[in-house]
Write a protein of this length. Structure first.
Length: 212
């Protein structure tokens, strides 16, 4: 190692700000779940094309937490996390009328699409409010520029595109809806929401951890 600039020193120098962690945990992400055979038809989706078909299961389908958003999509689990985030915003940011600029880390591009759709639904907002910023998104550079400079989008959903090396200083809130097994990678991801911004009413960044 030639040199090191620890996070604590960056906060002391005013480059970064401190952060709090708020954990949102659900039963499904802790223990998995079961799809009952008598719950009607299941939507079967091709992961890459998102083409859908319907089929009926002859037996219960049990799934583990590790299969969530990979083999099984549980929209109510995503909705619970986003709704809890919306409901807790007045406590986390008591002086705000608008939703703070927020970045959500998804597991993959398909998961990001689900989060975008549900976030718009939960907040009752249109397409401009929440957008996907991934390599597969339509014009991700334009969305990233809007996230930096414009009022909308208030929420952006990414996988890896903004995880490292990209500063979006207005970001104040991060939601991790995926596992991060590398400490160094997590520290870089966390840094997306801890940049110091002049004239921002609150200099405290919030890292909101959605339990996958």
């Amino acid at each position: 190692m030639v040199s090191e600039y620890p996070y604590e020193q960056s906060v002391a120098d005013g480059v970064n700000v401190g952060f709090d962690v708020y954990l949102i945990e659900t039963e499904v992400t802790k223990s998995g779940g079961v799809i009952k055979k008598n719950e009607g038809f299941l939507e079967v989706r091709e992961k890459l094309t998102r083409r859908q078909r319907w089929q009926q299961s002859d037996e219960d389908i049990n799934y583990a937490p590790s299969q969530l958003d990979c083999d099984v999509v549980n929209p109510s689990q995503i909705r619970t996390i986003i709704r809890t985030f919306r409901e807790r915003l007045p406590l986390l940011f008591p002086d705000r009328q608008e939703v703070p600029k927020t970045l959500i880390f998804a597991k993959d591009d398909s998961h990001a699409d689900d989060i975008v759709q549900i976030a718009r639904e939960v907040f009752g907002e249109g397409n401009a409010f929440c957008k996907k910023v991934t390599y597969k998104a339509d014009d991700p550079k334009a969305v990233l520029a809007d996230l930096r400079n414009d009022y909308n989008p208030r929420i952006a959903v990414t996988v890896d595109m903004i995880a490292t090396g990209t500063d979006v200083k207005p970001l104040e809130c991060l939601i991790f809806m995926r596992d991060v097994r590398s400490r160094n990678y997590f520290e870089q991801m966390k840094g997306r929401g801890c940049r110091s911004v002049k004239n921002r009413r609150s200099q405290e960044g919030y890292s909101v951890s959605g339990a996958r």
